[in-house]
Design a protein around this ligand. Structure first.
Ligand code: TXA
Ligand code: MG
Length: 339
């Protein structure tokens, strides 16, 4: 199994030195855990794809410790970059920018752009300073499986494929960063904790939905085998079958599935009401005490993993209301539920 590194300065310096030297280390961020490598080393970046069984056509996010460091990788001259960085960095926002030639093609899947973010997690910031090279890092899970929000999650699913995991405690956001394609007409490529409304307030222009890189490839007719294992609409998936039901509603009739099914509600109150009303109903769980969306986002991947590990065959989940970070939660849930 992988060795767990702690928050001690000695361990963080060691993580930084290992990364700089080309090794893979799983690292905590405020969103989810990442599997990091020196972004300038083509051989190291390729090992990330191998460890995750991720298709090489799915590009990675590069993490930096400063806007200045971002400028070594990407063209940061668009006026929106400074506006967004001032407002949201360090934090859960990724900017897709024109790349510089020093970025290996393995990072960007040959695209002329590179995705860059400055994370806020204090341990990750120390690791970035210690490494003093930009770190390419996708979520630290096997491709297509539920993203990890604790060091234990990483150990459980990648522990035999990597040698080091830095334990930074549970991630405070719980869903991946918001991704924005920066241009005069900016596009939201992935919803996250930072909402479209927040982006528009800072930029003063509309931010419309754009297609993710893999979605575009699929639409362009890229063979499914290359996109394999089919992770476009489907992603973030536990082994169990996931079925969604509307916010404020009840799961469909699941009496036949009772025992093998779990019903997950947004809040404890609605979960307990459902339990009190039902007979022969499935086991009942909730994502938050009060329905607070930040709590729901923090819990969603963790609960999916727990229910999967507990062996439920079917997981019925109440959707979040469609605002704030609820948009990101619903995005991840609909991918987890896609066939
Ligand atoms: O919160 C996060 O962003 C986490 C932590 C570890 O930082 N990382 C993460 O990475 O979610 P990953 O690989 O699981 O998701 C990266 C997404 C992919 O969907 C990829 O297609 C998109 O970013 N992406 C990367 N580079 C891109 C580019 N040049 N153009 C468009 N999309 C890009
Ligand atoms: Mg991921």
């Amino acid at each position: 199994m992988a060795e767990i590194l702690t928050s001690s300065d000695a361990d963080l310096r060691r993580a930084g030195a290992l990364l700089r030297a080309g090794e893979l280390v799983a690292v905590p961020t405020e969103t989810v855990y990442g599997l990091a490598a020196n972004a300038f080393r083509d051989d190291s970046v390729r090992r990330i794809f191998e460890a995750k069984a991720r298709p090489f056509i799915d590009p990675l996010i590069v993490h930096v410790h400063s806007l200045e460091q971002a400028g070594t990788l990407a063209d940061v001259s668009h006026p929106f970059v400074k506006k967004l960085a001032d407002a949201f960095w360090p934090g859960p926002l990724t900017l897709v920018l024109p790349k510089k030639s020093c970025v290996p093609d393995a990072v960007t899947a040959g695209e002329p752009t590179v995705a860059v973010r400055m994370p806020a997690h204090p341990l990750m910031r120390k690791i970035l300073r210690a490494a003093d090279v930009p770190l390419a890092a996708p979520s630290a899970n096997p491709f297509g499986y539920v993203s990890p929000t604790t060091a234990r999650h990483v150990q459980d699913s990648l522990g035999t494929r990597i040698a080091w995991i830095v334990d930074g405690g549970p991630c405070v956001c719980g869903v991946e960063s918001t991704i924005v394609f920066v241009a005069d007409e900016p596009r939201l490529l992935r919803p996250g904790v930072i909402t479209r409304e927040q982006l528009e307030a800072v930029l003063g222009v509309p931010v419309t939905a754009g297609k993710g890189h893999m979605e575009k490839l699929a639409e362009a007719g890229t063979p499914r085998a290359q996109l394999a294992p089919g992770m476009l609409k489907k992603h973030y998936s536990p082994r169990a079958v996931v079925r969604l039901f509307d916010f404020g509603g009840n799961p469909p009739d699941v009496s036949s599935a009772a025992g093998t099914a779990a019903a997950v509600f947004q809040s404890r109150e609605t979960a307990e009401k459902f339990r009190a009303a039902g007979e022969g109903t499935p086991r009942v769980f909730w994502l938050s005490e009060t329905g607070e969306l930040a709590d729901v986002a923090r819990a969603v991947f963790s609960l999916l993993r727990e229910l999967d590990a507990a062996g439920f065959a079917e997981i019925f989940i109440e959707k979040s209301p469609d605002f704030g970070v609820g948009v990101a939660v619903n995005d991840r849930l609909s991918r987890a539920a896609a066939k």
